[in-house]
Ligand binder design. Structure first.
Ligand code: ZN
Length: 64
């Protein structure tokens, strides 16, 4: 039921909205470097997959 917004305290409003955060679907944080990466893919930042170095990342190739 609709409630006039002045009848809802700031705390109650913030408590309700604490559950409204959006999540990025299909993406996880890398276990090695903490970068946001696609799930079930090699990390583009460090080249790790399942805790192992699988590929050399592009940024390191340029430097060498
Ligand atoms: Zn990584």
């Amino acid at each position: 039921m609709a409630v006039p917004f002045r009848r809802v305290s700031k705390m109650k409003k913030r408590m309700r909205r604490s559950h409204q955060a959006l999540t990025v679907s299909g993406m996880t944080t890398c276990q090695n470097c903490g970068q946001l990466t696609f799930a079930h893919r090699v990390c583009q930042n460090c080249g790790f997959y399942k805790g192992k170095q699988v590929v050399v990342p592009k940024t390191e190739k340029v430097e060498e």
